[in-house]
Design a protein around this ligand. Structure first.
Ligand code: PEP
Ligand code: MN
Length: 276
């Protein structure tokens, strides 16, 4: 038996499909679906977020993202709009009918997020926050677990195991690059991990090419590589005006560039026989 059990293919051979039924449109992640999550790094305000949400919905995004509690390296950086940010994404969800995802850093925020958000994201910095994982194991909401900054694949799957073990079977993994000796890119994207995870686990595997590279010009090629390697979808950061973004502008696509990427992803998914 492997150190991780519930996440393994031995335990469950068929792919897990996560159904997002809490939003207006029913949506599936995993197996034969290719899912695109898009939105800014952080929700920065009402007008911009709602305008972008409309653009993304019209150009085929399946799920809207936007951080409201931001884990920032410096305590002096913009840390998100908090409760007001939740109201903004909840409104975007209502207007577009698309499900929304945002990061949960503290289990005390669960009550606020539970009915307004469709997927709870656990960020890299919290991948091994075991008490948070255990609490999310008791929750009836999908959790997207991002790979820790320097987590091995086994550590990552064991982190997923904490959630599964609590009874929550709705876990999505998200590769977002790992820290290596290479300083040229923000992180080093591990495409091999995607191919390996598809063998090791039944859980859906997404890739975030934005945080994985830190450079918007690398986002489209790495997103394509992710789909080609078998990822169940991508999560990309998009901002109307990346130069003015309060966080992660350098890795954010403009809506135009996002639209071009979307066209490429649609073609790749079609080649793979995946539904979008
Ligand atoms: C994010 O996706 O908003 C984020 C903070 O990413 P990560 O946890 O991968 O750094
Ligand atoms: Mn970001």
């Amino acid at each position: 038996m492997k150190s991780f059990e519930l996440a393994s293919r031995e335990y469950k051979s068929e792919d897990t499909i996560i159904e997002i039924s809490s939003s207006r449109k029913k949506l599936c992640i995993g197996e034969s679906y290719c899912t695109v999550i898009a939105g800014p790094c952080a929700v920065e305000g009402w007008d911009d977020y709602l305008a972008l949400a409309r653009i993304l919905a019209e150009s085929g995004a399946h799920i809207l993202r936007g951080g409201v509690f931001k884990p920032r390296t410096s305590p002096y950086s913009f840390k998100g709009l908090g409760i007001e940010g939740i109201e903004i994404i909840a409104r975007a969800r209502e207007i577009t009918g698309l499900p929304v995802i945002t990061e949960i850093m503290d289990i005390r925020d669960l009550d606020l997020l539970y009915n307004r958000v469709d997927i709870l994201q656990v960020g890299s910095r919290n991948m091994q926050n075991f008490s948070l994982l255990e609490e999310l194991g008791k929750v009836d909401r999908p959790v997207m677990l991002k790979r820790g900054l320097s987590a091995t694949i086994e550590e990552w799957l064991l982190a997923a195991e904490y959630i599964l073990r609590g009874g929550n079977q709705q876990v999505i993994l998200c590769e977002r690059g790992i820290r290596t000796f290479e300083p040229y890119t923000r992180n080093t994207v591990d495409i091999g991990a995607v191919a390996l995870l598809k063998q090791l686990t039944h859980l859906p595997v997404m890739v975030d090419p934005s945080h994985a590279t830190g450079r918007w010009k690398m986002v489209a090629p790495v997103a394509r590589a992710a789909i080609a390697a078998g990822a169940d979808g991508i999560m990309v950061e998009v901002h109307q005006n990346p130069d003015r973004a309060l966080s992660d502008g350098k890795q954010s696509l403009t809506p135009d560039n996002y639209y071009k990427l979307m066209g490429q992803i649609v073609k790749l998914a079609e080649m793979d026989g995946k539904k979008m």
